[in-house]
Design a protein around this ligand. Structure first.
Ligand SMILES: Cc1cc2nc3c(=O)[nH]c(=O)nc-3n(C[C@H](O)[C@H](O)[C@H](O)COP(=O)(O)O)c2cc1C
Length: 172
């Protein structure tokens, strides 16, 4: 898919309004709420049927999406700060809660995500980290970014991404 060229300009989000979407098992968008359309700059009919990577920003490290898919495909949720790309090339940062949609029998039938505004304090810390991970991936692939991420976590006494997520959940 062809992405718009990114420009270094941020879109300001409203407080307490969620950007919501659902996908099928392959990450194809099946539902987009009005705020998703408004902020991304795409009409809902331009979003439905497209892969969710339509809003993927080039600053986002691949390793994050690898972890996301591993979590979702094993039936777990995932929370992450994501920098997304709008149709006009601007970006917006979102605190995102991803989770599987399960049927009555507990079988995963799709996925959903709800996103809200994130504080500047957090994005200012994460922006250089994500750019660092992306740069490592360009040179040494995902192995390089994964090693860096694991090292960063263990230097903070955190065993794994799963441990980190469990800690975050306790804060809710
Ligand atoms: C429910 C759901 C929501 C997603 N939302 C986003 C999103 O907002 N931005 C994004 O870049 N990727 C999102 N993804 C991940 C994409 O499917 C994809 O893995 C990612 O954009 C990386 O694209 P690539 O694998 O083609 O490199 C979402 C996936 C799911 C299942």
């Amino acid at each position: 898919m062809k992405h718009p060229a990114s420009i270094d300009e941020e879109i300001e989000l409203k407080n307490n309004v969620y950007i919501e979407s659902d996908t099928d098992l392959k990450g194809i968008i099946t539902y987009a709420n009005d705020y998703f359309a408004e902020i991304s700059g795409y009409a809902p009919e331009e979003l439905i049927g497209q892969p969710h990577s339509i809003v993927r920003h080039p600053d986002m490290p691949k390793i994050l999406f690898k972890i996301l898919w591993e979590r979702l495909q094993s039936g777990h949720n995932f929370i992450a700060a994501v920098k997304n790309l709008a149709k006009d090339g601007r970006y917006y940062w979102v605190f995102t809660d991803f989770e599987p949609i399960k049927d009555d029998a507990g079988k995963t039938v799709g996925y959903k995500a709800a996103r809200k505004k994130i504080s500047k304090h957090v994005t200012q810390t994460l922006d250089p980290l994500y750019k660092k991970l992306t740069a490592l991936e360009q040179k040494g692939g995902m192995e390089a970014s994964e090693a860096y991420l694991n090292e960063a976590l263990s230097s903070h006494g955190i065993e794994s991404v799963d441990t980190l997520l469990e800690e975050i959940h306790k804060l809710y």
